[in-house]
Design a protein around this ligand. Structure first.
Ligand SMILES: Nc1nc2c(ncn2[C@@H]2O[C@H](COP(=O)(O)OP(=O)(O)OP(=O)(O)O)[C@@H](O)[C@H]2O)c(=O)[nH]1
Length: 404
């Protein structure tokens, strides 16, 4: 039996950072395979764990949920047959839709002995609102399909910022565990436990005090309840309890997705039809009040493609620019270039990373809007850099990095 864990999350959210932590602290001693799908043509993350004996399958030049979906299934099967690992960690590209990835993985369950263990989304606490607004089609899919959402960068965020991020995430996903604590304060095992199950404090307390959750009376251990609890209203979808506190007979054994409960309370059925308030994802701030693009109308999203209503593939909205180069850079040059990326002159830059020869040793860098990390590292076979975003101006990027 191989467990499969999916780590989704938008560009630069912290997926790789989290996976590294879990491998070091929680998965020690297990036979692991990591399947990484980078959106950019040039794989840069690969290699970081090779020394640690982790098997890595890199899938670049496309999205495992769009153009590479067939290849992805084959790669999964091959990895299972070849290594019989305890766990397969899947890191989809930052612009992959989690629902597409889980579908692809579910297809495997019929053919191989696998357990779909967790679907996690890593979200940068500082960017939840922005990305939801500008890239909602992709972002909200990742948020709403996760069984746990792990916020990154909370160590430096205010209590208020964290609370606001949680509130808007909750609108899209009422069920998931949301990890709000700074990862540095948590052991890998604690994060894995949160990914795999949701703690229900009410249930735990009731069990501890031996209060019957059905009738609210105290029963001695092992004692039958004796009350007539035939009103089991398993009729809010997905085992959801009504929670409205009324003793009403739920005869209507199943609310369909859009059907109102009728008990007059505001139950949030949002997870049945997220589509309504989803953004187009093309990066424009337009209000989609009436469900997406009109069915028989032209697509108004402005991306100029003749595509299926409200379903963009990542490569219709996002592009990547990458180069391999032997050019030697100064650290100063890199820092200045990364600052420039936020100016808007190069398109909407969402992520940049690189490993480049430098005048004082090799330079490694990571960039997300408003945040650049430039550091030293080991020499590589050649220099590589990659920029991902929407409406990138490639000629301007070439000039910025003096690669024209
Ligand atoms: N301070 C801080 N930095 C973080 C945290 N998580 C990620 N980062 C930084 O953010 C950058 C991107 O992190 P990655 O782990 O590479 O993000 P990713 O989601 O794998 O990114 P993609 O490669 O775009 O898929 C790196 O510079 C990390 O060091 C965090 O919790 N706190």
């Amino acid at each position: 039996m191989t467990k499969i864990d999916i780590f989704s999350g938008f560009l630069g959210a912290g997926k790789t950072t989290l996976i590294k932590k879990l491998i070091a602290e929680a998965y020690a001693g297990q036979k692991l395979v990591l399947i990484e799908n980078e959106f950019g043509e040039i794989g840069i993350d690969g290699g970081f764990l090779k020394e640690a004996g982790i098997e890595i399958t890199e899938m670049n030049s496309g999205c495992i949920c769009c153009s590479l979906v067939g290849d992805f299934r084959e790669a999964l099967k091959k990895v299972i047959d070849q290594y019989q690992p305890d766990r397969i960690l899947i890191e989809p590209s930052g612009v992959g839709k989690l629902s597409d990835v889980t579908k692809a993985v579910q297809g495997i369950a019929a053919e191989r002995d696998v357990q779909l263990n967790s679907f996690v989304t890593v979200a940068d606490v500082n960017k939840v609102r922005l990305y939801m607004k500008n890239f909602g089609e992709f972002y909200n899919d990742q948020i709403s399909h996760a069984n746990a959402i792990i916020l990154s960068r909370t160590g430096a965020a205010s209590e208020d910022k964290i609370a606001r991020a949680v509130a808007i995430i909750r609108e899209k996903n009422p069920e998931a565990t949301i990890v709000t604590t700074d990862w540095n304060q948590l052991k890998g095992e604690q994060i894995v436990a949160a990914m795999e199950s949701k703690r229900d404090f009410v249930k735990e307390l009731l069990e501890e005090t031996q209060i019957c959750p059905e009738c609210g009376h105290h029963h001695e251990h092992g004692e039958e309840c004796g009350h007539d609890h035939e009103h089991k209203h398993h009729h809010h979808d997905h085992d959801e309890e009504c929670g409205c506190g009324h003793d009403h007979d739920h005869e209507h054994h199943h609310h369909d997705h859009d059907e109102e409960c009728g008990c007059g309370h505001d139950h949030d059925h949002e997870h049945h039809h997220h589509d309504h308030d989803e953004e187009c994802g093309c990066g424009h701030d337009h209000d989609h009040e009436h469900h997406h693009h009109d069915h028989d109308g032209e697509c108004s999203c402005g991306c100029g493609h003749d595509h299926d209503h409200h379903h963009h593939h990542a490569d219709e909205v996002f592009t990547s620019w990458g180069r391999e180069t032997a050019r030697v850079f100064t650290e100063e040059e890199i820092r200045t270039a990364l600052e420039e990326l936020d100016s808007g002159k190069y398109g909407v830059v969402l992520r940049a990373k690189g490993i480049l020869p430098g005048t004082n040793g090799w330079i490694y860098f990571d960039h997300v809007p408003g945040e650049a990390d430039v550091r030293g590292g080991a020499a590589d076979v050649t220099g590589r850099l990659c920029v991902i975003g929407s409406k990138l101006d490639e000629a301007a990027l070439e000039q910025l990095f003096h690669l024209a």
